[in-house]
Write a protein that binds this ligand. Structure first.
Ligand code: AHG
Ligand code: MN
Ligand code: MN
Length: 359
């Protein structure tokens, strides 16, 4: 395919920047550094067991989860690629307990970069798609002016404050999906040019869907509104929804998000009662917020079930949260179910419909 058929990521960013004549170019340079990190991780992931010098020890991260060697490698790649350019005031990652300080030999910039360097890493050993997720926030003005070390509090900004968010998906092709707050664009990595080419301009999530994604092995821990929603989907054509639904579960949230951006659907990792210390499985700052921003920019919706995700005021760097996102009408339905009185208050148990996931 001739090059002129597609814009490169660099060209796309230059066009976006033209909307802000005063912009310094720092932001574009930051996104290009993130894209470089993703290209490097794509190569490492593609090499699999053939990759050189893969550490064999499995450590445990701050979340108490086993770190795969590729979790550690991807984290280091993100840091090394983004620490030197003078665009970042600091970074935070799933794989690091606290904020990462830009080393003294490098200039400090105005952005905070937050990332999940490898999402779905339990899939890496079975050769199933994984990805990287990132979120860009503006550092507080006082941090920019003083150049001081960043603290956890500097990162605790609601998702609505994100300047940009995106993910790379390492699948049959490597893709970068990006929002800079003006819609969502998808780029495919041209393997021989080494460039992300704009292949999916203006991605839109269909408002309706007949496909949902949830880890049903947790069904006994679900709250009433989630049980009700899934029950109604499973009831299919003769049920209250009057149509059959399909189900998918990849266990790489980034891959589920991509499927939903391409053809619609709804994803749920809701708050549940499995572990009282964990209000949800996924993390607010580097999973729920960036994917939420992308969904909203693509005409979809992202929510905790109870409130819009992007309005949540974070309380800690690694905060977990219930997450529902995807096709707007389905997410709104799930929010409605959460807002309605509990099932026991709605109907007498005598006349309750039969349910696979009964309360
Ligand atoms: P990570 O690999 O960054 O820890 O994230 C994995 C997440 C997410 O990608 C996926 O949707 C979910 O964990 C899968 O959870 P289950 O193992 O409970 O299905
Ligand atoms: Mn993840
Ligand atoms: Mn991860």
């Amino acid at each position: 395919m001739p090059l002129h058929r597609h814009f490169t990521l660099t060209q796309y960013l230059i066009e976006q920047r033209r909307r802000f004549p005063g912009a310094s170019g720092d932001f574009n340079a930051l996104i290009l550094d993130v894209a470089l990190a993703c290209k490097s991780i794509a190569r490492d992931v593609a090499l699999g067991e053939l990759g050189a010098s893969v550490p064999t020890d499995e450590a445990v991260n701050v979340q108490g989860e086993v770190q795969k060697p590729m979790d550690v490698i991807s984290n280091t790649t993100f840091i090394r690629t983004n620490e030197w350019g003078g665009h970042c005031a600091g970074m935070a990652s799933e794989e690091m307990d606290g904020p990462y300080q830009i080393p003294a030999q490098h200039p400090r910039g105005k952005y905070l970069l937050v990332f999940d360097p490898l999402d779905g890493s339990s899939n890496i050993d079975v050769n199933v798609s994984v990805g990287s997720i990132f979120s860009v926030l503006r550092a507080p003005q006082e941090v920019i002016d003083s150049g001081r070390d960043v603290t956890e509090a500097d990162f605790l900004q609601p998702g609505a404050k994100q300047v940009a968010a995106g993910y790379a998906l390492y699948g049959p092709t490597t893709m970068l999906v990006l929002t800079v707050g003006a819609g969502v664009a998808g780029f495919t990595l041209h393997p021989s040019l080494g460039e992300f080419m704009l292949t999916h301009p203006r991605i839109q999530v269909p408002a309706d869907t007949q496909e949902f994604a949830i880890n049903a092995s947790n069904s006994r821990f679900w709250e009433g509104p989630v049980k009700r929603y899934v029950d109604e989907c499973l009831a299919g054509k003769p049920g209250p929804r009057g149509k059959d639904f399909n189900m998918r579960w990849i266990a790489s949230m980034v891959a589920e998000a991509h499927r939903i951006l391409m053809r619609g659907g709804v994803f749920m990792y809701p708050r549940d009662t499995k572990d009282a210390s964990k209000p949800g499985r996924l993390r607010l700052l580097y999973e729920a917020n960036p994917i939420g921003f992308i969904m909203e920019q693509a005409g979809g919706r992202a929510s905790t079930g109870r409130q819009p995700m992007l309005g949540v005021a974070p309380s800690s760097l690694h905060q977990r949260i219930g997450l529902v996102f995807g096709s707007k009408n389905e997410v709104e339905r799930i929010e409605r179910y959460h807002a309605e009185p509990a099932k026991s208050e709605r109907e007498s148990p005598l006349f309750a419909p039969r349910s696979l996931f009964r309360d």
